[in-house]
Design a binder for this molecule. Sequence first.
Ligand code: NCD
Length: 321
Amino acid sequence: MTFRARHLLGIEHLAPEEIRTVLDLADRYVELNRRTVKRTDALAGLTQINMFFENSTRTQASFELAGKRLGADVMNMSVAQSSVKKGETLIDTALTLNAMHPDLLVVRHPQSGAVNLLASKVNCAVLNAGDGKHEHPTQALLDALTIRRAKGRIQRLTVAICGDIAHSRVARSNLLLLGKMENRVRLIGPPTLMPAGVADFGCEVYDDMQAGLEGADVVMMLRLQKERMDGGFIPSEREYYHRYGLDAEKLTHAKPDAIVMHPGPMNRGVEIDGELADDINRSVIQDQVEMGVAVRMACMDLLAQNLRAERGRAALGETYA
Ligand code: NCD
C-alpha cells in the first residue's frame, strides 16, 4: 500500500499508485457503508474540522458523515456566523483553529490556492474540498471510483468532459487524474467556456457535442457555474441547452454502454435533460454521491495513518535527543 501524502491538496501531487491505494481502500468502505452498522475506529480520538467558505451540500455532508463513520470528533465551522464576517483573514482563522489541535482540516474556499496557503500554516493534515477554479481532488477520486466500478477499469477509456470547463475545478482535477491513469480525455464546450491555454493540455478539444461524444465510454457533464461568470459567456440558457445540453438523442453518439456522470448540483434542462439524469440504466449520478462518502473515508484514513507515523517519529526523536 502506497500513500505518502501529508495533505490532500490536489491530484497534481498524487502518483498513480497513490490513486490506486485510495480507490482500493474506498472499495472496502463502500461495503462498510452498505451495512446497518457503519462504524470503524480508524479516526477514533482524532478531531476533524470542516471549514466551508463557499456553499456546499453533498461535499460537506459527505465529509461530515465520512469522519463520523470513522469515529472522529467532527466539528463544522459555520463560516456565516464566524469571525470571518468580522474581517478576520483566512490565515488568522486557520491559526486560531490550529491552536485547538485539530488533526484533519477540510477546507473549501472561493480563491484558487487558498487551501495550499493554509496548509503551510497549520500542523495537521489539510484536505482540499474545492478551491476556486483550481482543484477538487476528492471529486476526481470519487469519479474515478464510480468509473472503475461501472467499467471494470480506470485505464484506456475515452472520457468526454462537457460544458463549463473554464470555471470548473472538477474538470481540472479529473483531467489530471484521468491523464495520470492513461485515459483519453476530450473536452467539449463552447470556446468561451474553455480555459486559456487549453491547446497545451494534451487532450482533444471540441465545440460540437456530436463529434466530441463519438465513441466515448464516459460522458461527464458539468454545471454552468454562473456564480463564477461575469456575463457574456453564453447567448442564452435555451440556446446552450440546444447545443450542449445532454439528452438521449445526443447520447446516441457515445458508445451504447456509455455512462453519464454529473458532480452536482445539476441544472436540469440547462446542461442535462432531467429524465436522462434519472435514468438508472445510463446515469451513475447517485452512485457518485455514494462513492463520495467512501472515498473521503479512505482519504482521511490514509492521511491519519501518515499523521500518526509522523508524530510517532517526532516523539521518538525527542526521546533520544
Ligand atoms: C462541484 C464543486 O463544488 O466544485 N460540486 C461538488 O463538489 N459536488 C461542482 C459544481 O459546483 O458545479
